[in-house]
Design a protein around this ligand. Structure first.
Ligand code: NAD
Length: 389
């Protein structure tokens, strides 16, 4: 690009306005672009296609995509023609941007869709992430990223081959209370953390779709669902990956419902400096969803820590550091990913973090099944330090 094409900083705003209006697009995307080359590009919101229009897509992601600045809902993938018609109308989605699981691969020819967001039952994540990669799309995959380490590696390889960005739907990395837990913990604001505690669970009868207790589709019970938050929370608060894990399944209160997956599990993450994290998850008990750190000179905790809203926190010294606003987490998460694409910068919740967690989930199951301590020496050593800055 020749220098003469670059406007002076003082004329930048007018230049962007001209560009944006000329292209019939919004200013919002352009204003976040970092380098001159990037902000010269015509601004437009990146197009997102949601794959799987279940509770999370309908209740959280689609509404959040009405609030995002750098991306918008432009497509859907669903096996239900009735849902496709309803979503077209509700979200003004063009018929040409609606796919089913057979026509999915035709996404390759659709420039209106930049990001494919996989929101399917856990065991289907791998297939659709790989197919999205082959269609040349950037991808967000819901948690847990996969139901096996082998699948997670396969997904990463496909995304790497495609040269596209890949992140996991870890919304709490973009949420102020959880970001403050990272800052307090990783920054040793209360000295060395000696103990962590996390719980997250619900009574399955009061929510939860049937695939969640079908091992082939879910990969496991509450650990693969609610337990992921406890694992994540302890790691990003401590700022370390544990070196070993011990675990125990809870007694099964309903062998019919929990025929294929665990009803609950309690586990401990053991860190190199002796810190232990006690974690609990269950489909047999409503839990608050708590994340607490006890450190050398005080404690800090979120209760509740992991929900979509209503998060609240306290510190031992009543510092008010955890009195923070609740935001639309999904909008923040998706906008961050869009900016990573627009500015070509790494996401703080990459596929490698998804792999790390699948490795740890497998280790927790192994520890519970064998009753032995399981070493995590082969686990990917990756921590989100960006959010803690
Ligand atoms: P859901 O059961 O409400 O929706 C799943 C969707 O997948 C449905 O629309 C269903 O029709 C479709 N589907 C396609 N093929 C299917 C098959 N073979 N069997 C069953 N369903 C099939 O589930 P959900 O709560 O939306 O969860 C979807 C994913 O999102 C899961 O991976 C879950 O862990 C994740 N999730 C993440 C969050 C979060 O806060 N990040 C919250 C909820 C769910």
């Amino acid at each position: 690009m020749a220098d003469w094409l670059l406007p002076t900083p003082s004329s930048r705003r007018d230049f962007l306005r001209t560009l944006s209006l000329g292209a019939g697009t919004t200013l919002a995307g352009a204003s976040a672009l970092a380098s001159p080359l990037e902000w010269l590009a015509p601004a437009r919101k990146l197009g997102v296609a949601l794959v799987g229009l279940g509770n999370y897509s309908a209740g959280q992601l689609a509404p959040a995509l009405r609030q995002t600045k750098f991306c918008q809902l432009t497509g859907v993938v669903t096996g239900s023609p009735a849902k496709a018609a309803q979503w077209q109308q509700q979200y003004s989605i063009a018929a040409k941007n609606c796919y089913d699981y057979q026509t999915f691969d035709r996404l390759i020819d659709n420039p209106a869709i930049d990001i494919v967001y996989v929101v399917l039952p856990n065991a289907l994540h791998a297939e659709y992430v790989v197919r999205a990669a082959q269609a040349g799309k950037h991808v967000i995959c819901e948690k847990p990223m996969a139901t096996s380490v082998a699948d997670a590696r396969h997904m990463l390889a496909a995304m790497e081959k495609a040269g596209k960005k890949f992140s996991v739907g870890y919304r709490l990395h973009f949420e102020p209370h959880n970001q403050e837990m990272m800052r307090l913990g990783q920054g040793l604001a209360y000295g060395k953390i000696n103990h962590l505690a996390a719980d997250n669970g619900f009574k399955f009868g009061s929510g939860g779709t049937p695939w969640r207790v079908n091992k082939k589709l879910s990969g496991g019970g509450p650990l693969m669902d609610m337990g992921v938050y406890c694992l994540q929370g302890c790691i990003y608060t401590k700022g370390q990956v544990p070196i070993s894990i011990t675990a125990k399944f809870i007694p099964n209160p309903d062998p019919v419902l929990f025929k294929e997956v665990e009803a609950g599990v309690n586990w401990q993450l053991h860190f190199a400096d002796g810190t232990v994290a006690d974690c609990r998850t269950s489909y047999a008990e409503n839990m608050q969803g708590r994340l607490r750190a006890d450190a050398a000179t005080g404690w800090f905790e979120l209760a509740p820590a992991f929900g979509y809203g209503g998060l609240a926190g306290q510190t031992s010294d009543n510092s008010g550091k955890l009195n923070l606003p609740n935001i639309n987490q999904q909008a923040a998460q998706m906008d961050d990913f869009a900016q990573c694409i627009l500015q070509n910068k790494p996401t703080r919740v990459p596929g490698e973090m998804g792999l790390r967690d699948v490795q740890l989930l497998e280790a927790i199951y192994r520890a519970a099944e064998t009753g032995q301590s399981v070493s995590t020496k082969d686990v990917v050593q990756l921590i989100d330090r960006t959010s803690a800055e």
